[in-house]
Design a protein around this ligand. Structure first.
Ligand code: MD6
Ligand code: FE
Length: 216
């Protein structure tokens, strides 16, 4: 029904299809902006951003923290989800209701009505930071999508295929955009090239990305 509708109606400019199962909802986080920013401040107070080390020994240029029942971490022993923040020895801060509500609403809007995240990875990019092409595959069940919220400075999102060398398409991710990503594109390679210098009116000299996952 949706396909038929799409075929005969002009497309909604606030929805952009990146690939089969991957959709960009432009500006969808803006109505939650104030709540998100104050919740973010509380999380970072409890679990500060840190630059983690990859199993190969590289220190990531993107600084990370988490909230929710589980957090994504990397160290010399590998990538994984853990209920405990290794810096504090305490559980990660709880997922705020406004985060949960935002993620569930965006997933439903994108056609994933059963998504309930238990983990939110929070990435902070300063100009020059980048995230090389990767697959998100540390989650237990790939049937669940990922909901990704962009805040602050704009970034380019590289979106490839199931093999590392497949060609990539590029999408601009701006303040308030939400990408929902699942189905047939759930394991596609993706990355963020070096963030350009800039100053965002609300966020300053950085980009924040929240990725909600069902990890456990
Ligand atoms: C970022 N995002 O936008 C990095 N992964 O800063 C991701 O790596 C990502 O946006 C899976 C699904 C959506 C994403
Ligand atoms: Fe990713």
């Amino acid at each position: 029904m949706n396909d038929l509708f799409d075929a005969i109606e002009p497309r909604d400019p606030s929805r952009e299809v990146m690939a089969d199962g991957a959709i960009l909802l432009r500006g969808s986080a803006l109505s939650f902006e104030a709540d998100i920013l104050s919740a973010l401040q509380a999380i970072v107070g409890q679990a500060p951003f840190r630059h983690m080390t990859t199993p190969g020994g590289y220190v990531m240029s993107v600084a990370m923290t988490n909230c929710g029942a589980a957090g994504w971490i990397t160290d010399r022993t590998g990538y994984r989800y853990d209920r405990i923040d290794p810096e504090s020895g305490q559980p990660w801060p709880a997922m705020p209701d406004c985060f949960l509500g935002l993620a569930i609403a965006a997933a439903a809007e994108a056609g994933y009505p059963h998504f309930v995240p238990d983990a939110c990875l929070i990435n902070r990019y300063e100009p020059g930071a980048r995230l090389s092409l990767h697959q998100d595959k540390n989650e237990r069940d790939f049937a669940n999508p990922i909901v990704s919220v962009s805040l602050g400075l704009p970034a380019t999102f590289q979106f490839g295929g199931l093999k590392r060398n497949d060609p990539v398409r590029k999408f601009a991710l701006r303040h308030g955009d939400i990408a929902v990503w699942g189905g047939r594109s759930r394991l596609c390679y993706h990355g963020v090239p070096e963030l350009k210098e800039g100053e965002h009116e609300k966020m300053g000299r950085m980009r924040i990305n929240l990725t909600f996952r069902s990890a456990l």
